[in-house]
Design a protein around this ligand. Structure first.
Ligand SMILES: Nc1ncnc2c1ncn2[C@@H]1O[C@H](COP(=O)(O)OP(=O)(O)OP(=O)(O)O)[C@@H](O)[C@H]1O
Ligand SMILES: [Mg+2]
Length: 280
């Protein structure tokens, strides 16, 4: 059984600790929603799982299907079945969508994918996502609209058929019709392959389409609480304030400014006592 296991994960970005001990287990065929306020580490967690070199793992472990993910370069993680649909997909001028996808598919199979089969699969995926027919021949994401970039991430997912898909705000930038098209495409691949999913979204509307069985809330680099779909619904209607109160936590930005205040109070106190001594 292909299981993702994350234990005590600490991740730094530019020497600043963003993740402060994350534990998460995703079994085969499970869908997990990852929620949390802006800037608290959701994308950082997915980037660290996928192996983005900007994100340094300082402590902890990630295993997938029993293998040490942290020991693998990004391409091996991808071949092992991990896939990341990025919050901000990159433009890669000079590489066409079809060249990129065919190369990625070929490294996954022992014999090269036949051109005929590849074109058929690409055409049907492009039409399923209701994208323009010239998509295959355009440079990867270059000049794509925000929504087209997001749909193109799902084209890649459908073609590569990963066993664990991480979808980072795939719904942001999509119009109402596109949200349904993308949701259906994700669900049909899930039915076909049994892939598991970690979905980051701020919107209950999209989560209702994907139907995660589990919800996790990431605040200031830690998963503060987990539950079922009802947790996502409660966040959608009530926001995060009740979580800060109930679990006695602060979102990353406020936690930092509180820390700064404590330091400045301490400095003043030290200065004051030195001054008093000097005065005696
Ligand atoms: N490549 C980077 N360079 C510098 N800082 C970064 C980088 N990636 C993340 N950070 C910082 O790490 C913190 C967590 O960012 P992250 O993108 O993981 O948040 P998030 O939970 O995904 O937020 P959002 O809901 O806005 O997407 C933020 O303060 C962010 O500025
Ligand atoms: Mg993010």
């Amino acid at each position: 059984m292909k299981k993702l296991e994350i234990r005590n994960l600490h991740v730094n970005v530019e020497d600043k600790e963003i993740l402060k001990g994350v534990d998460l287990t995703v079994n085969e065929n499970e869908v997990h929603a990852l929620m949390g306020p802006n800037g608290n580490g959701k994308s950082t967690l997915l980037a660290a799982i996928m192996g983005n070199p900007k994100y340094t793992v300082t402590e902890g472990t990630i295993t997938y299907d029993g293998k040490d993910v942290l020991a693998m370069p990004v391409n091996e993680r991808s071949i092992a079945g991990l896939f990341l649909a990025m919050q901000y997909p990159q433009e890669i001028p000079g590489v066409t969508n079809s060249d990129f996808l065919r190369a990625a598919m070929n490294v996954r199979s022992e014999t090269p994918v036949s051109l005929f089969r590849f074109i058929k699969a690409m055409e049907s995926t492009i039409s399923e996502l209701q994208m323009k027919e010239d998509l295959a021949h355009r440079f990867l994401n270059e000049g794509f609209s925000g929504g087209e970039k997001k749909r193109n991430e799902i084209v890649q997912m459908k073609m590569l058929k990963p066993s664990l898909s991480m979808l980072d705000e795939i719904d942001s930038g999509l119009d109402v019709d596109a949200i349904r098209i993308v949701g259906d495409a994700i669900n049909s691949l899930r039915e076909e392959t049994g892939m598991s999913i970690i979905v980051v979204s701020h919107y209950e509307r999209f989560l209702e389409l994907i139907k995660p069985q589990f919800t996790h809330v990431l605040v200031d680099g830690r998963i503060i609480t987990s539950g079922g779909p009802e947790l996502a619904q409660k966040i959608d209607s009530e926001g995060y304030d009740w979580i800060y109160r109930e679990f006695d936590v602060l979102p990353a930005a406020e936690a930092q400014s509180t820390k700064r205040q404590v330091t400045s109070i301490g400095t003043c106190a030290v200065r004051e006592s030195v001054n008093q001594k000097g005065a005696k």
